[in-house]
Design a protein around this ligand. Structure first.
Ligand code: PHB
Length: 536
């Protein structure tokens, strides 16, 4: 069964919906379900689309930087997280509440998560994971059936009759939860009236438990975080543990008071946080689309590209947009923006507020790439870019981070790509070297330390060095910065001094190296907006 198709908003496709956008979204969803990588023929099978259509969609997505074509595979890139980031930024809850969720996880040494309601399911918007190897751990964007979780009955305590009917219809149509690919299929039949009773108790108590509803061993206690303006549940905070440490009732008796104290702070934060500054909307996307069409012709589907840019019009301070706002932010014609919004509403990705005529993104936007990508690491982000760079300059390239070992500071190689040359420089991932003896180390040190040498590295933005630990080894390195501007890693090109003069390194290699660093940084920044990207 394809993912998340059991509860369509309406079975009938509206006349004005944009068919290529519907197909493009289907491709992105299937790629996500497959864990971020799927062959083109796999996409063809999963979506039921013709191969030529899959090819045109993936080449459009590749042009947008959302997928990479790697031989026969389409691979989702961290840039795709822009879509989920637009939802999470507009929602504001992760930015406002995740520091407190993280602090509670540290204090309790247990996992803490935040979940929102997604129709009759729950979807995670934050994870502070301390999970030991013993049980499943969910990712940001994963969707779970409400009745198999602790937050579910809290949300259900606010359901209307129509929402209960939709839930019953879904249970009848999919008794094993096959549409919820993040959880194992349900084995036991569902006892009549049980969830209704749990929802009623959750509403009365203001907390709820999950006693191994998803899998043996996994237990959780949950408390709702209420929106101060509406008094309705904005999200639910969960403490998650394992029966080897806490039974469900023990979790309630020992940890619920601390969870409640954290939730009180979260609600205070929501009540007092100032409205975010909208900042500039993404600019002039429409003209970029025109240029891509000109260049790629049939292999670029303009209506898909236009449609996807509509999602990125949303963000912090831009949570509820009118049609005019969307058209202005994207540079699209009103009629085009309107048809994209109608399409998204049909797909359950956008909701129109009837009172204000504004549009908002729904949690389902997280199903467009987010869960698998939220687990990426810097070496994984960098690898294809290092390989590209190596192929272009025909030299070896590497990524490294700073590590301290005792009194000395060292670099550790975390990713590399070897040159096709026979005599290429060969340093294994994991190798450590004294930081000051390498160009990688010098750009890393230059971010925080001063010396005449390092000052020069900082101002010129690169380090060029003949590294004495290997004969004739010349390297040039540039820094990689995170979203805050801090240098977190460095990339280099290593070559034999006989091959290029220092000047040739600066004139020929440095521009390529900088382009590579920029590409890695763009992906790192998209991935690091709402998740912590491990550096190695
Ligand atoms: C989780 O955060 O992984 C989680 C939360 C609540 C549950 C189960 C799992 O009921």
């Amino acid at each position: 069964m394809p993912a998340e198709t059991t509860t369509p908003l309406s079975a009938v496709v509206p006349d004005e919906a944009v068919a290529p956008l519907i197909r493009g979204v289907a491709v992105v969803r299937e790629l996500t379900e497959a864990g971020g990588t799927l062959s083109l023929s796999g996409l063809e099978r999963a979506t039921g689309l013709a191969r030529s259509t899959v090819d045109r969609i993936t080449s459009t997505l590749a042009r947008m930087g959302y997928v990479r074509l790697d031989g026969r595979d389409a691979v989702a890139t961290p840039r795709l997280m822009e879509l989920g980031n637009a939802y999470l930024a507009a929602l504001r809850l992760p930015a406002l509440l995740s520091p407190r969720a993280d602090a509670l996880a540290d204090e309790l040494d247990e996992s803490v998560s935040l979940a929102v309601a997604d129709r009759d399911g729950i979807r995670f918007i934050h994870q502070a994971t301390r999970r030991r190897a013993m049980s499943l751990s969910f990712r940001i964007g994963d969707l779970l059936p409400a009745e198999r979780t602790a937050p579910g009955p809290l949300f259900a305590s606010e359901w209307t009759d129509a929402e209960w009917r939709a839930w019953r219809a879904r249970r009848a149509a999919d008794p094993q939860d096959l549409a919820f690919t993040a959880v194992p299929p349900r084995e036991l039949p569902f006892p009549d009236g049980e969830f209704e009773r749990r929802a009623e108790a959750a509403g009365r108590n203001g907390w709820a438990l999950d006693d191994q509803l998803i899998e043996p061993g996994l237990v959780a206690v949950s408390v709702p975080v209420r929106d101060p303006r509406t008094a309705r549940i904005a999200c639910v905070a969960n403490v998650v543990s394992h029966t080897s440490r806490h039974s469900a009732t023990d979790l309630r008796d020992t940890l619920l008071p601390r969870l409640r104290a954290t939730v009180a702070e979260m609600e205070h934060e929501l009540a007092t946080a100032p409205e975010p500054d909208p900042g500039p909307p993404p600019s002039d996307l429409a003209s970029w689309i025109g240029a891509s069409k000109h260049e790629l012709g049939r292999d670029f589907i303009e209506s898909l590209a236009r449609g996807l840019t509509v999602l990125t019009a949303f963000g912090a301070g831009r949570a509820a947009l009118t049609l005019t706002d969307v058209a202005r932010a994207t540079g699209l014609a009103r009629a085009t923006a309107r048809r994209a919004l109608i399409t998204y509403e049909h797909l359950g990705l956008v909701r129109q507020q009837p009172e204000s005529r504004t549009f908002t993104l729904t949690p389902r936007v997280l199903s467009l790439g987010f869960p698998p990508l939220s687990r990426t690491t810097l070496p994984r982000i960098a690898a294809p870019h290092l390989a590209d760079l190596s192929a272009r300059v025909k030299e070896s390239t590497a990524l490294a981070v700073l590590v301290s070992s005792g009194s000395s500071t060292e670099i550790q190689y975390t990713a590399r790509a070897v040159s096709p040359r026979i005599m290429g420089v060969d340093i294994r991932v994991g190798t450590r070297l004294p930081a000051s003896a390498t160009s990688l180390g010098r750009v890393l040190l230059a971010d925080t330390e001063t010396s005449a040498d390092l000052d020069r590295v900082r101002t010129q933005g690169y380090a060029l060095l003949d590294e004495g630990w290997e004969d004739g080894l010349r390297t040039i390195a540039v820094p990689l910065r995170d979203r805050t501007g801090r240098v977190v890693a460095a990339v280099n090109v290593a070559l034999h001094a006989a091959g290029r003069t220092e000047r040739e390194c600066v004139e020929e290699i440095l521009p390529e190296l900088r382009r590579t660093a920029t590409r890695i940084e763009e992906e790192l920044h998209a991935a690091g907006h709402f998740t912590r990207v491990p550096l190695f």
